[in-house]
Design a protein around this ligand. Structure first.
Ligand SMILES: [Zn+2]
Length: 378
């Protein structure tokens, strides 16, 4: 037990192979599907548990907009609201606001104070400060929280990258102060949440190092990769690898938004422990299903040849009696044929979305289990 604000520490615990939260364990490598608006789209909590998902990632800004974090708090917090008893990580929403503003500058602006933003032109402008962002996450009752950060595109010039780093560090400090004040109010019988910071710096190794050092001086439970992790060629940018080297080996590293299976493997080998992405469920809704090229325990993960993506709308699946993936043990693969799923997609039945999402999520859990096993055997 570590001392925490002078009280007996019942804070979530960082271990070498996992994080213990008040709602369960996140064992590395851990993939958390995005439940941005409080739902992993098309699947329920029982489906998540059945495929082995241990935690989900919600988004504070999206939930603050609808239905409102005060309402969720009144209804017992995000776990009760979603009917999900496992760990919930909340993203700050900084990346989403940045994406919004960079696409349409009239929707918002950034200043030292925080972000002023609205999701559409007919909405009222909202202000989110670092302090407010942490308060939203406490209202949710998340097990792991993220500091509000200022994202950049790697192509932006050095002065913008420097400004982003300065604001990210200043905001992280304000987030930490707010977190420390709020965490003291958490009842003693509850496990207290963890706080992660996000490292910015674009493609500049120097800025990444400075940002990482300054955030570590403030001190957080873990660190996330900030900015755009994927280059125009679809591969991980060098900064993803660089940041893993800049951080101590025993500190949890979150590869935010890194979701393509081969990129997840590369980031894991670079030293990242936690991953989130909307890709498995988004792909499922677009009829793209991920299939291992053999049993995961027999596969080499040295390149991207360990999996394929099948497109269920293809006519060749019309009379295919086989499962989506004959090595998979999910509900979709053990109960239904490719032909049936093809039919469900053709007639637009929502069961297709659920079954395809279950399968793709199970693919990610099997992938992370195979990587963990290989690591243990090594
Ligand atoms: Zn399956």
């Amino acid at each position: 037990m570590r001392a925490f604000n002078g009280k007996t520490d019942r804070k979530g615990t960082v271990k070498t192979d996992s994080i213990e939260t008040g709602h369960g364990t996140l064992r590395y490598p851990c993939f958390l599907p995005d439940a941005t608006r409080g739902v992993v789209r098309c699947v329920g909590p029982d489906d998540l548990r059945s495929v082995g998902i241990s935690g989900v990632m919600v988004n504070a800004i999206h939930l603050a907009r609808r239905p409102g974090t005060a309402l969720i708090s009144r209804l017992g917090g995000i776990h009760d609201f979603m009917g999900w008893s496992g760990p919930v990580v909340s993203d700050s929403g900084g990346f989403q606001i940045y994406s919004l503003i960079s696409r349409q500058s009239r929707l918002g602006s950034v200043s030292d104070r925080g972000f002023a933003y609205r999701f559409s032109a007919d909405e009222k402008r909202r202000l989110v400060t670092p302090e407010k962002c942490i308060r939203h996450q406490f209202r949710l009752g998340a097990d792991m929280m993220f500091c509000l950060d200022v994202c950049t595109h790697p192509d932006e010039d050095e002065s913008r990258q420097l400004q982003s780093c300065k604001r990210t560090v200043a905001w992280a400090k304000r987030c930490k102060n707010e977190f420390d004040a709020r965490v003291g109010e958490v009842p003693d019988d509850q496990v207290r949440p963890l706080l992660f910071a996000v490292v910015q710096g674009g493609s500049s190794p120097d800025l990444r190092r400075i940002c990482a050092e300054q955030l570590q001086e403030i001190g957080f439970d873990g660190y996330g990769f900030g900015g755009w992790p994927i280059g125009s060629d679809g591969e991980l940018v060098d900064a993803v690898h660089q940041l893993a080297f800049l951080l101590p080996p025993d500190v949890p590293k979150f590869a935010l938004g890194i979701g393509r299976p081969d990129n997840l493997v590369r980031a894991y080998h670079a030293g990242y422990d936690l991953f989130d992405c909307a890709m498995p469920t988004r792909d499922a809704r677009h009829k793209r299903l991920l299939v291992f090229c053999g049993k995961p325990e027999d596969l080499s993960f040295d390149d991207s040849a360990f999996y394929n993506c099948i497109y269920l709308e293809d006519a060749k699946h019309t009379a295919d009696r086989g499962p989506v993936d004959e090595t998979c043990d999910c509900l979709c693969c053990t109960s239904f044929s490719r032909a049936y799923l093809h039919h469900l997609f053709k007639i637009g039945d929502s069961l297709a979305l659920r079954l395809a999402s279950i399968h793709n999520l199970r693919f990610y859990v099997r992938l992370t289990e195979a990587l963990a096993k290989r690591n243990t055997n090594d």
